[in-house]
Design a binder for this molecule. Structure first.
Ligand code: ADP
Length: 306
Protein backbone atom coordinates (compact mmCIF):
# COMPACT_ATOMS: atom_id res chain seq x y z
CA UNK A 1 0.00 0.00 0.00
CA UNK A 2 1.25 3.49 -0.85
CA UNK A 3 2.41 5.55 2.11
CA UNK A 4 4.10 8.88 2.76
CA UNK A 5 5.49 10.62 5.85
CA UNK A 6 5.36 14.42 5.73
CA UNK A 7 6.52 17.39 7.79
CA UNK A 8 3.60 19.70 8.58
CA UNK A 9 4.87 23.16 9.57
CA UNK A 10 3.76 25.27 12.46
CA UNK A 11 2.64 28.76 11.46
CA UNK A 12 2.33 32.25 12.89
CA UNK A 13 -0.97 33.77 11.85
CA UNK A 14 -1.84 37.47 11.83
CA UNK A 15 1.81 38.61 12.18
CA UNK A 16 0.71 41.64 14.25
CA UNK A 17 -1.12 43.90 11.79
CA UNK A 18 -2.65 41.24 9.52
CA UNK A 19 -5.48 39.73 11.55
CA UNK A 20 -7.03 36.86 9.54
CA UNK A 21 -5.05 37.76 6.40
CA UNK A 22 -1.29 37.31 7.01
CA UNK A 23 0.63 34.22 8.07
CA UNK A 24 4.07 32.70 7.90
CA UNK A 25 5.40 29.16 7.93
CA UNK A 26 8.06 27.99 10.39
CA UNK A 27 10.96 25.74 9.40
CA UNK A 28 11.87 24.37 12.81
CA UNK A 29 8.47 23.94 14.41
CA UNK A 30 5.90 21.42 13.24
CA UNK A 31 4.66 17.86 13.37
CA UNK A 32 5.03 14.68 11.34
CA UNK A 33 2.26 12.67 9.75
CA UNK A 34 2.25 9.31 7.99
CA UNK A 35 -0.59 8.69 5.56
CA UNK A 36 -1.09 5.20 4.14
CA UNK A 37 -3.59 4.11 1.52
CA UNK A 38 -6.04 1.45 2.78
CA UNK A 39 -8.50 -0.82 0.93
CA UNK A 40 -11.51 0.61 2.79
CA UNK A 41 -13.14 3.87 1.65
CA UNK A 42 -12.79 6.82 4.03
CA UNK A 43 -10.29 7.92 6.64
CA UNK A 44 -9.10 6.33 9.86
CA UNK A 45 -6.73 7.84 12.40
CA UNK A 46 -4.94 4.94 14.04
CA UNK A 47 -2.34 6.72 16.17
CA UNK A 48 -1.53 10.11 17.67
CA UNK A 49 1.62 10.44 19.76
CA UNK A 50 2.68 13.46 21.82
CA UNK A 51 -0.82 14.79 22.54
CA UNK A 52 -4.16 13.58 23.72
CA UNK A 53 -6.40 14.33 20.75
CA UNK A 54 -9.45 12.54 19.32
CA UNK A 55 -8.82 9.57 17.01
CA UNK A 56 -12.39 9.78 15.70
CA UNK A 57 -12.28 10.96 12.09
CA UNK A 58 -15.11 13.47 12.52
CA UNK A 59 -13.47 15.03 15.60
CA UNK A 60 -9.94 15.34 14.28
CA UNK A 61 -9.08 18.15 11.87
CA UNK A 62 -6.93 15.78 9.80
CA UNK A 63 -9.92 13.49 9.28
CA UNK A 64 -12.34 16.31 8.49
CA UNK A 65 -9.98 18.04 6.05
CA UNK A 66 -9.05 14.75 4.38
CA UNK A 67 -12.70 13.73 3.97
CA UNK A 68 -13.55 17.13 2.45
CA UNK A 69 -10.90 16.44 -0.20
CA UNK A 70 -12.10 12.87 -0.89
CA UNK A 71 -15.72 14.02 -1.14
CA UNK A 72 -14.87 16.77 -3.62
CA UNK A 73 -13.12 14.18 -5.77
CA UNK A 74 -15.93 11.65 -5.38
CA UNK A 75 -13.11 9.26 -4.48
CA UNK A 76 -13.62 5.68 -3.28
CA UNK A 77 -10.09 5.64 -1.83
CA UNK A 78 -9.25 5.05 1.82
CA UNK A 79 -6.40 6.31 4.01
CA UNK A 80 -5.03 5.79 7.47
CA UNK A 81 -3.33 8.65 9.30
CA UNK A 82 -0.73 8.52 12.08
CA UNK A 83 0.22 11.86 13.67
CA UNK A 84 3.40 12.61 15.63
CA UNK A 85 2.22 15.75 17.41
CA UNK A 86 5.03 18.13 18.34
CA UNK A 87 3.00 21.34 18.72
CA UNK A 88 0.49 21.53 21.52
CA UNK A 89 -3.14 22.13 20.54
CA UNK A 90 -4.33 25.60 21.49
CA UNK A 91 -0.78 26.98 21.39
CA UNK A 92 -1.40 29.61 18.73
CA UNK A 93 1.31 28.11 16.51
CA UNK A 94 -1.16 26.47 14.14
CA UNK A 95 -1.33 23.00 15.63
CA UNK A 96 -4.68 22.25 14.01
CA UNK A 97 -3.63 23.86 10.72
CA UNK A 98 -0.49 21.66 10.59
CA UNK A 99 -2.64 18.51 10.78
CA UNK A 100 -5.25 19.81 8.32
CA UNK A 101 -2.62 20.90 5.80
CA UNK A 102 -0.56 17.72 6.20
CA UNK A 103 -3.55 15.43 5.67
CA UNK A 104 -4.79 17.08 2.47
CA UNK A 105 -1.27 17.46 1.04
CA UNK A 106 -0.36 13.81 1.70
CA UNK A 107 -3.67 12.38 0.42
CA UNK A 108 -3.51 14.55 -2.70
CA UNK A 109 0.06 13.36 -3.26
CA UNK A 110 -0.87 9.67 -2.86
CA UNK A 111 -3.74 10.17 -5.35
CA UNK A 112 -1.33 11.56 -7.97
CA UNK A 113 -1.90 15.28 -7.28
CA UNK A 114 -5.38 15.90 -8.74
CA UNK A 115 -5.22 19.35 -7.11
CA UNK A 116 -2.50 21.98 -7.04
CA UNK A 117 -1.28 22.94 -3.57
CA UNK A 118 -3.15 26.24 -3.62
CA UNK A 119 -6.37 24.40 -4.52
CA UNK A 120 -6.01 22.32 -1.33
CA UNK A 121 -6.52 25.36 0.93
CA UNK A 122 -10.36 25.18 1.06
CA UNK A 123 -10.22 21.52 2.20
CA UNK A 124 -7.69 22.32 4.94
CA UNK A 125 -9.96 25.22 5.96
CA UNK A 126 -12.66 22.66 6.83
CA UNK A 127 -10.28 21.38 9.52
CA UNK A 128 -10.01 24.91 10.90
CA UNK A 129 -13.79 25.15 10.95
CA UNK A 130 -13.84 22.11 13.25
CA UNK A 131 -11.07 23.49 15.50
CA UNK A 132 -12.34 27.04 15.92
CA UNK A 133 -15.79 27.33 14.39
CA UNK A 134 -14.46 29.57 11.61
CA UNK A 135 -13.00 28.27 8.32
CA UNK A 136 -10.11 30.71 8.36
CA UNK A 137 -7.13 30.35 6.00
CA UNK A 138 -4.42 32.41 7.69
CA UNK A 139 -2.69 29.32 9.16
CA UNK A 140 -3.47 26.68 6.55
CA UNK A 141 -2.36 28.89 3.63
CA UNK A 142 1.25 29.32 4.89
CA UNK A 143 1.27 25.72 6.20
CA UNK A 144 0.54 24.45 2.68
CA UNK A 145 2.38 27.00 0.55
CA UNK A 146 5.30 27.88 2.84
CA UNK A 147 6.76 31.35 3.32
CA UNK A 148 4.56 34.37 4.01
CA UNK A 149 1.03 34.37 2.64
CA UNK A 150 -1.67 36.98 2.27
CA UNK A 151 -5.28 35.85 2.25
CA UNK A 152 -6.62 38.74 0.19
CA UNK A 153 -10.12 37.29 0.23
CA UNK A 154 -11.81 34.11 1.43
CA UNK A 155 -14.92 34.53 -0.74
CA UNK A 156 -13.83 33.93 -3.38
CA UNK A 157 -10.57 32.50 -2.03
CA UNK A 158 -7.61 34.56 -3.21
CA UNK A 159 -4.29 33.70 -1.57
CA UNK A 160 -1.04 35.44 -2.53
CA UNK A 161 2.44 34.09 -1.70
CA UNK A 162 4.80 36.84 -0.51
CA UNK A 163 8.59 36.75 -0.45
CA UNK A 164 10.44 35.89 2.78
CA UNK A 165 13.61 37.86 3.45
CA UNK A 166 16.41 35.34 3.99
CA UNK A 167 17.67 36.60 7.34
CA UNK A 168 14.27 36.69 9.00
CA UNK A 169 14.08 34.56 12.15
CA UNK A 170 11.21 34.01 14.56
CA UNK A 171 11.49 33.48 18.29
CA UNK A 172 8.28 31.99 19.64
CA UNK A 173 7.56 31.61 23.34
CA UNK A 174 4.63 29.46 24.41
CA UNK A 175 3.48 29.88 28.00
CA UNK A 176 1.90 26.62 29.08
CA UNK A 177 -1.65 27.79 29.33
CA UNK A 178 -4.29 26.93 26.78
CA UNK A 179 -6.35 29.54 24.96
CA UNK A 180 -8.91 28.12 22.56
CA UNK A 181 -9.08 30.00 19.27
CA UNK A 182 -12.85 30.00 19.63
CA UNK A 183 -12.58 31.79 23.02
CA UNK A 184 -10.06 34.35 21.91
CA UNK A 185 -12.23 35.25 18.92
CA UNK A 186 -15.26 35.73 21.15
CA UNK A 187 -13.68 38.62 23.10
CA UNK A 188 -12.91 40.69 19.99
CA UNK A 189 -14.86 43.84 19.24
CA UNK A 190 -16.91 43.77 16.07
CA UNK A 191 -16.21 47.37 15.03
CA UNK A 192 -13.20 49.68 15.00
CA UNK A 193 -12.58 53.37 14.57
CA UNK A 194 -11.56 54.85 11.23
CA UNK A 195 -8.37 56.10 12.91
CA UNK A 196 -7.36 52.57 13.95
CA UNK A 197 -8.35 51.15 10.57
CA UNK A 198 -6.06 53.66 8.84
CA UNK A 199 -3.16 52.78 11.14
CA UNK A 200 -3.74 49.07 10.60
CA UNK A 201 -3.94 49.08 6.80
CA UNK A 202 -0.94 51.39 6.64
CA UNK A 203 0.99 48.75 8.56
CA UNK A 204 -0.27 45.84 6.44
CA UNK A 205 0.82 47.69 3.31
CA UNK A 206 4.14 48.57 4.94
CA UNK A 207 4.80 44.99 5.97
CA UNK A 208 4.05 43.61 2.50
CA UNK A 209 6.25 46.29 0.89
CA UNK A 210 9.00 45.53 3.43
CA UNK A 211 8.93 41.83 2.53
CA UNK A 212 9.27 42.63 -1.19
CA UNK A 213 12.07 45.13 -0.60
CA UNK A 214 13.85 43.01 2.04
CA UNK A 215 13.69 46.17 4.10
CA UNK A 216 14.02 44.93 7.67
CA UNK A 217 13.45 48.39 9.16
CA UNK A 218 10.21 48.87 7.25
CA UNK A 219 9.10 45.39 8.32
CA UNK A 220 9.91 46.28 11.93
CA UNK A 221 8.03 49.61 11.78
CA UNK A 222 5.02 47.83 10.34
CA UNK A 223 4.81 45.08 12.98
CA UNK A 224 2.20 47.02 14.98
CA UNK A 225 -1.31 45.94 15.81
CA UNK A 226 -3.71 48.56 17.21
CA UNK A 227 -6.83 46.44 16.70
CA UNK A 228 -6.46 42.92 18.12
CA UNK A 229 -3.42 43.02 20.41
CA UNK A 230 -4.84 45.53 22.91
CA UNK A 231 -7.84 43.22 23.48
CA UNK A 232 -6.22 39.79 23.30
CA UNK A 233 -3.00 40.53 25.14
CA UNK A 234 -4.88 40.56 28.45
CA UNK A 235 -5.28 36.77 28.09
CA UNK A 236 -1.50 36.29 27.95
CA UNK A 237 0.45 36.35 31.22
CA UNK A 238 3.29 38.90 31.19
CA UNK A 239 2.60 40.02 27.62
CA UNK A 240 3.76 43.62 28.10
CA UNK A 241 6.98 42.50 29.81
CA UNK A 242 7.68 39.91 27.08
CA UNK A 243 7.14 42.48 24.33
CA UNK A 244 9.36 45.06 26.04
CA UNK A 245 12.10 42.45 26.58
CA UNK A 246 12.00 41.35 22.92
CA UNK A 247 12.24 44.92 21.60
CA UNK A 248 15.02 45.78 24.12
CA UNK A 249 16.96 42.74 22.92
CA UNK A 250 16.78 44.12 19.37
CA UNK A 251 13.85 42.26 17.84
CA UNK A 252 12.27 44.08 14.89
CA UNK A 253 8.80 43.49 16.29
CA UNK A 254 6.83 41.35 18.67
CA UNK A 255 3.18 40.31 18.87
CA UNK A 256 0.68 37.56 19.58
CA UNK A 257 1.09 34.42 17.49
CA UNK A 258 -2.32 33.59 16.04
CA UNK A 259 -4.85 33.69 18.84
CA UNK A 260 -2.18 33.16 21.50
CA UNK A 261 -1.01 32.38 24.09
CA UNK A 262 2.26 32.06 22.12
CA UNK A 263 4.08 35.33 21.50
CA UNK A 264 6.42 35.74 18.54
CA UNK A 265 9.26 38.14 17.85
CA UNK A 266 10.88 38.62 14.43
CA UNK A 267 14.59 39.39 14.24
CA UNK A 268 17.22 39.88 11.58
CA UNK A 269 19.58 36.91 11.85
CA UNK A 270 19.77 33.77 13.99
CA UNK A 271 22.10 35.32 16.59
CA UNK A 272 19.63 38.10 17.35
CA UNK A 273 16.77 35.58 17.55
CA UNK A 274 18.79 33.62 20.15
CA UNK A 275 19.48 36.79 22.17
CA UNK A 276 15.78 37.58 22.12
CA UNK A 277 15.00 34.03 23.31
CA UNK A 278 17.39 34.50 26.24
CA UNK A 279 15.67 37.73 27.28
CA UNK A 280 12.21 36.19 27.01
CA UNK A 281 13.25 33.26 29.20
CA UNK A 282 14.39 35.77 31.81
CA UNK A 283 10.91 37.27 31.91
CA UNK A 284 8.97 34.04 32.42
CA UNK A 285 11.42 32.16 34.67
CA UNK A 286 11.07 34.46 37.73
CA UNK A 287 7.31 34.72 37.12
CA UNK A 288 7.15 30.95 37.53
CA UNK A 289 5.37 30.52 34.21
CA UNK A 290 6.35 27.26 32.47
CA UNK A 291 7.06 27.76 28.76
CA UNK A 292 8.43 26.25 25.55
CA UNK A 293 10.60 28.37 23.32
CA UNK A 294 11.35 27.93 19.62
CA UNK A 295 13.76 29.71 17.29
CA UNK A 296 13.14 29.19 13.60
CA UNK A 297 13.73 30.59 10.18
CA UNK A 298 10.96 30.70 7.58
CA UNK A 299 9.95 27.42 5.89
CA UNK A 300 9.73 28.10 2.16
CA UNK A 301 8.35 24.69 1.19
CA UNK A 302 5.13 24.26 3.15
CA UNK A 303 4.27 20.58 3.72
CA UNK A 304 6.99 18.27 2.35
CA UNK A 305 7.98 14.58 2.40
CA UNK A 306 10.13 13.80 5.45
P1 ADP B 1 -4.10 25.97 17.39
O1 ADP B 1 -4.09 27.44 17.10
O2 ADP B 1 -2.90 25.56 18.17
O3 ADP B 1 -4.34 25.14 16.18
P2 ADP B 1 -6.88 25.75 18.00
O4 ADP B 1 -7.57 26.18 19.27
O5 ADP B 1 -7.17 26.45 16.73
O6 ADP B 1 -5.33 25.72 18.34
O7 ADP B 1 -7.21 24.22 17.70
C1 ADP B 1 -7.14 23.25 18.65
C2 ADP B 1 -8.48 22.50 18.73
O8 ADP B 1 -8.60 21.60 17.61
C3 ADP B 1 -8.53 21.65 19.97
O9 ADP B 1 -9.85 21.72 20.49
C4 ADP B 1 -8.25 20.25 19.48
O10 ADP B 1 -8.85 19.25 20.26
C5 ADP B 1 -8.82 20.27 18.07
N1 ADP B 1 -8.16 19.30 17.18
C6 ADP B 1 -8.74 18.29 16.52
N2 ADP B 1 -7.84 17.61 15.78
C7 ADP B 1 -6.65 18.19 15.98
C8 ADP B 1 -5.34 17.93 15.50
N3 ADP B 1 -5.07 16.94 14.66
N4 ADP B 1 -4.36 18.76 15.91
C9 ADP B 1 -4.61 19.77 16.76
N5 ADP B 1 -5.81 20.06 17.25
C10 ADP B 1 -6.85 19.28 16.88
Amino acid sequence: MKSIRVFCPGTIANVSCGFDVLGLSLAGVGEYMTVTQTPTKGITISEITGQDLPLETAKNVAGVAGLALLEALGSEAGFDIKIEKKIKAGSGIGSSAASSAGAVWAINHLLGNPYTTIELIPFAMEGERLASGVAHADNVAPALLGGFTLVRSTDPLDVVSLPSPRELYATVIHPQIEIKTADSRRILKSSLSLKDAITQWGNVGGLVAGLYREDYELIGRSLQDVVIEPVRSILIPGFDEIKAAALNAGAMGCGISGSGPSVFALSKGADKAHEVAQQLKEVYTPMGIPFDIHISNINEKGVYPA
